[in-house]
Write a protein that binds this ligand. Structure first.
Ligand SMILES: Cc1cc2nc3c(=O)[nH]c(=O)nc-3n(C[C@H](O)[C@H](O)[C@H](O)COP(=O)(O)O)c2cc1C
Length: 249
C-alpha cells in the first residue's frame, strides 16, 4: 500500500483580534487526498459464496474477528455506518454497533427517540456499510427495519455495564443540551438507582433489526478491479430465494 498524502492551500490567517476567538467567517483550508492504495485480498469467487447472505456475512465477520490464516485481525468489525432517510429523501448517517445477526437480519440498539429512530419510524428503510480496512473488505446491507421484541431489548440491556445503563436513562439522545446538563442528569440518576441491583430497560430504548433485501460483498483487488457480489430478493419476500450477481467494480 502506498502512503497517504495530504496537501492543501494555506488557510487565510484568522482575522479576529483574539486568538482564542475563532472568526465565524474564516474559510476552511482546501485539502486534497492523493493516495492511491492498492488493495489485495484473496479473490472472491461465485463458487465460494454461501447462498444465504446472512451466513456469508457471519463467515466474513468470524474471520474478521478471529482470522484462521495469517491475515490481520480487524479492529471493531461490528462498527457499521447506518444510513437513514426522512420521507422526503434527505439522508443522514452515523456509526452504530452491530449486536446480533439472527436468521432475519442485523440488530443494533439505540434510543427510540433519537434522530435515527425518528427517521426509521417515518421511513422504515435503512442501509448499513461495514468497512474492514485491515482486510480490504466492505459489506453493504439495504433493508426494511423493525423493532426487536421488548424481551430482546430488555435482555440485551441487562447485559450492558451499569454505567451504560445509567447513561441510557440520562441522555435524551440527539437533543440540544446545555454544557454539563447530561452529567448532572447522570449524577441524579446514579443517586436514584443507588442500592438497586437491577436497572430496568427504559421504554424509550431498544433494538432495531434491518431485514435485508440486498446485501453486497466487496473485496479489494489491485487496480480498482475489485470483486463485488450482490445478493437480492424481492422486498416483500422475507423467506424468498436470493439471486446473486457479480457487479462491475
Ligand atoms: C464506534 C461507534 C459506535 C457507536 N455505537 C452506537 C450504538 O450502538 N448505538 C447508538 O445509539 N449510538 C452509537 N454511537 C453513536 C452514534 O454514532 C450517534 O452519535 C448517536 O447514536 C446519535 O445519532 P442520531 O442523532 O443520528 O440518532 C456510536 C458511535 C461510534 C463512533
Amino acid at each position: 500500500m502506498s502512503t497517504q498524502h495530504l496537501y492543501g492551500t494555506p488557510a487565510p490567517q484568522p482575522s479576529s483580534t483574539s486568538p482564542t476567538q475563532p472568526n465565524p467567517t474564516d474559510a476552511p483550508e482546501k485539502l486534497h487526498l492523493t493516495s492511491h492504495n492498492q488493495y489485495k485480498t484473496p479473490r472472491l469467487l461465485r463458487e465460494n459464496l454461501h447462498p444465504n447472505p446472512l451466513i456469508q456475512f457471519n463467515t466474513w465477520l468470524s474471520s474478521a474477528l478471529d482470522p484462521k490464516d495469517d491475515s490481520p485481525q480487524v479492529k471493531e468489525p461490528e462498527a457499521m455506518t447506518l444510513s437513514t432517510a426522512l420521507p422526503n429523501g434527505i439522508p443522514s448517517s452515523r456509526v452504530v454497533l452491530l449486536k446480533t445477526v439472527d436468521e432475519k437480519g442485523f440488530v443494533f440498539f439505540t434510543n427510540y427517540n433519537s434522530r435515527k429512530s425518528q427517521e426509521l419510524t417515518s421511513n422504515p428503510y435503512a442501509s448499513l456499510a461495514f468497512y474492514w480496512r485491515e482486510i480490504s473488505r466492505q459489506v453493504r446491507v439495504v433493508g426494511r427495519v423493525e423493532k426487536v421484541t421488548r424481551e430482546e431489548s430488555e435482555e440485551y440491556f441487562q447485559s450492558r455495564p451499569r454505567g451504560s445503563q445509567v447513561g441510557a436513562w440520562s441522555s435524551a439522545q440527539s437533543t440540544a443540551v446545555q454544557e454539563g446538563e447530561v452529567q448532572s442528569i447522570v449524577d441524579e440518576k446514579t443517586r436514584e438507582f443507588e442500592g438497586r441491583e437491577k436497572i430496568d430497560c427504559p421504554d424509550f430504548w431498544g433494538g432495531w433489526r434491518v431485514v435485508p433485501f440486498e446485501v453486497e460483498f466487496w473485496s479489494g483487488q489491485p487496480s480498482r478491479l475489485h470483486d463485488r457480489f450482490r445478493y437480492t430478493r424481492p422486498q416483500d419476500s422475507e423467506g424468498g430465494e436470493w439471486e446473486i450477481n457479480r457487479l462491475a467494480p
